[in-house]
Design a protein around this ligand. Structure first.
Ligand SMILES: O=C(O)CCC(=O)C(=O)O
Ligand SMILES: [Fe+2]
Length: 202
């Protein structure tokens, strides 16, 4: 076991300015993370995502699911979605993310990337339904993937490798000032599951 990878460094801000991103590293042992990956692949109601752009509907290869405290309606990529009630593994992972970060979350958007050809384009998550400057807690399972930030004005970029069983937090003004993406890496054949815990406001 890599002991250093289990020592969190959550106090370091990965961004040089205008936002806060903390990478906690692996907060779950490899064995437990393997188990969560398996449970998430089998127990989540995965669906291909639909994006409505310029009057056209695009179906993504990546699959998504959305869970939450209540039947939240949430608008994402110009499509309105309704949250499903928490599963036991999502409640465990939410409690873990809350304990590590000291934040509270009421919903979770999940992404399943079947292999490295699937990714997510530059975007920010500061949509109107999300709490302003609220923290987003991101747990990753499966294939290690690069995750990048780009400052909206200066175009400066920062990247981090998201490990199996790791936690990343984006908070403060991050969504206002920075874009983020998951670039495709053609050589990766393994699946990756990502959970972003969020706070929706009414
Ligand atoms: O897969 C990831 O690590 C990030 C996903 C993401 O940015 C999002 O769901 O908004
Ligand atoms: Fe995002």
């Amino acid at each position: 076991m890599d002991l250093f990878a289990l020592v969190p460094e959550p106090d370091k801000n990965l961004l040089p300015q205008d936002g806060i991103v903390n990478y906690y590293g692996k907060i779950i042992t490899n064995e437990q993370a393997d188990n969560y990956l398996h449970r998430l692949l089998h127990h989540i109601a995965w669906k291909n995502d639909e994006a409505h752009i310029f009057g056209k509907t695009f179906i993504t290869k990546r699959k998504v699911a959305w869970y939450g405290d209540q039947s939240f309606e949430y608008t994402y990529s110009n499509a309105t979605k309704r949250a499903l009630p928490w599963t036991p593994e999502l409640l465990e992972l939410k409690a873990l993310a809350e304990k590590e970060t000291g934040e509270n979350f009421n919903s979770c958007l999940l992404n399943l990337y079947h292999n490295g050809t699937e990714g997510m384009a530059w975007h920010s998550d500061g949509e109107k339904d999300l709490k302003k400057n609220g923290a987003i807690g991101s747990l990753s399972f499966g294939a290690e993937r690069k995750f990048s930030f780009k400052h909206k004005q200066t175009k400066e970029t920062v990247s981090v490798l998201l490990e199996h069983g790791s936690l990343l937090v984006m908070k403060g003004a991050t969504q206002t000032n920075w874009l983020h993406r998951l670039p495709p890496i053609k050589t990766i054949n393994q699946a990756r599951v990502n959970l972003t815990f969020r706070t929706i406001v009414f």
